[in-house]
Design a protein around this ligand. Sequence first.
Ligand code: MN
Ligand code: MN
Length: 302
Amino acid sequence: MFNQYNLDEIRDRARAAFIGMAIGDALGATVEFMTTMEIAAQYGTFREIIGGGWLRLKPGQVTDDTEMALCIARAIVRNQGWSTGAIADNFAAWLKSRPVDCGDTCRKGIRSYMLHGTLEMPPNEWDAGNGAAMRILPAAIFSLPDEQLLQKYAIEQAHITHNNPVSDAACICLGQLLHLAICGAEKSRLRRQIDGLVARFPTFAFDPYRGLATGYVVDTLQTVFHWFLRGKNFEECLVGTVNQGGDADTTGAICGMLAGAYYGMEGIPRRWQKKMDPKVMAEIEKLTDRLLDACPLGGNYR
Ligand code: MN
Ligand code: MN
């Protein structure tokens, strides 16, 4: 049991996943809602963290994707354990703080919690946006390496705002991919996991790639899978993803967490790390360490 995992490597990969997510968010936000043609006309290939975009962000500023993941991570660390109520409380406080952006389904679910205390929205076939999947990372880290625990956390955090079988499948699959990548699995193994999702939910099939990158979680994951599997390093994965435009901050965030977990800190370009808000980076590092110390795997080396 003890030597089954390389724990220093796991710490590095988990950090890189969280930082990669924030970087993907900050990079993609500049071109969110643009088309591939518009991006090409304005930037050629878009590859620098410069802020702006429809939200008029500062360079390196993150959006709801990273902020909601931070809400979950802080709730786990502060509560010293999993509490869906503590997560919902943090979402509510975050929404009251007038965040720079918040998706419609997320807003609806958080308002429902604030008004009625609901921790689970009713099932809704239309709530298949990517808002639950984009914030899955803390649930994945905190459940390492227990897949049952991962499924429970993935669904509970999702249903605060999104109660939909396609969203659920996306959240669980992303969580499994993160577990595998953080523990050092090869891309061929990750590919097999993705193929398993496609076998159960053929709607996620991404080969041939249709080039859609909307906020519909199916389009989002097709884009992430296509570019993550095709890219030869962190930068290639991210640049391919965000240049699809559409919901580029969210495809960027999700590809960033996967590619970060896979390539580790060494793979993340320095010039991108330097553009990020040092306070956000420091908090991410601290929270990742605390999540790891408290996860089932962490119990193995204390
Ligand atoms: Mn966003
Ligand atoms: Mn988005």
